[in-house]
Write a protein that binds this ligand. Structure first.
Ligand SMILES: C[S@@+](CC[C@H](N)C(=O)[O-])C[C@H]1O[C@@H](n2cnc3c(N)ncnc32)[C@H](O)[C@@H]1O
Length: 231
């Protein structure tokens, strides 16, 4: 992909959302000074935005390759749960003619980002105005984007063809947070793709569950699954 628009504030969000993009220098700083200092200072002032942007888009192009071999995004209505700044949506938009993107995320940065399983779902690292800026400045038409604040907005009740959540739903917080909402919007042919730490559990909820990727070289082992046909 060509050079993308990025600034320091967006790069900070990307770094917190995709911590594996951190250079060894940044990781050392986090070990030395702790997560609070890392979130408040290091991730803001000691980063190279262009480098983070480039690595982020490379990662998102890899994610796209993985998912697009199972799904055609043309003319589809896409719902993203916890999209971060929307790098995957940007790549999908470049390569397809999508009807609309609806994105649900939180609108604050926690003081100290720990990752792992968050029972209270209080941890977040996003800024919804910056998501809008990142997407529109990088060529996604404003008319195609609808952004929702998880804590404040009513969720959209539309017919979505696909729901995507990378490293968010059932990776950091329980699927049950969204299950009632999904029951309202999922049709028989709606596809749900997400990274989960408990893939087997979803066999009791869906007629079809297929693992399309496994990640076991991280502390947080997970599988990416495609589900359809809610039971
Ligand atoms: C690890 S980041 C992953 C971001 C993006 N999907 C990616 O793969 O780069 C997790 C994202 O989930 C968001 N999040 C946390 N709780 C959420 C909730 N209840 N609903 C939607 N998003 C949530 C965070 O703010 C953050 O943007």
């Amino acid at each position: 992909m060509d050079k993308i628009f990025i600034n320091t504030r967006i790069a900070q969000l990307i770094l917190l959302q995709r911590i594996d993009l951190a250079s060894s220098f940044l990781i050392r700083m986090r070990k030395l000074f702790g997560r609070k200092f890392f979130t408040k200072f290091v991730s803001k002032y000691l980063i190279n935005p262009e480098q983070i942007g480039k690595r982020y888009i490379n990662d998102m192009e890899e994610e796209y390759k993985n998912i697009s071999s199972y799904y055609d995004f043309n003319n589809k209505n896409i719902l993203s749960i916890g999209p971060g700044v929307g790098g995957l949506e940007l790549v999908i938009n470049k390569k397809n003619d999508v009807n609309r993107f609806s994105l649900i995320d939180k609108n604050y940065i926690s003081e100290k980002v720990v990752y792992g399983w968050d029972f209270k779902n209080s941890e977040a690292y996003n800024d919804l105005d910056l998501v809008q800026t990142f997407l529109t400045k990088n060529g996604v038409s404003k008319k195609k984007i609808n952004i929702f604040d998880f804590d404040k907005d009513e969720f959209p009740l539309e017919d979505f063809n696909i729901i995507i959540s990378l490293f968010s739903l059932d990776y950091h917080y329980s699927y049950e947070l969204y299950s009632d909402y999904f029951k309202k919007i999922m049709k028989n042919d709606t596809i749900l793709i997400f990274d989960t730490i408990r893939p087997q559990y979803f066999e009791s909820l869906f007629n079809s569950v297929k693992i399309i990727k496994t990640i076991d070289n991280s502390v947080h082992k997970s599988s990416r699954i495609i589900c359809s046909g809610a039971k």
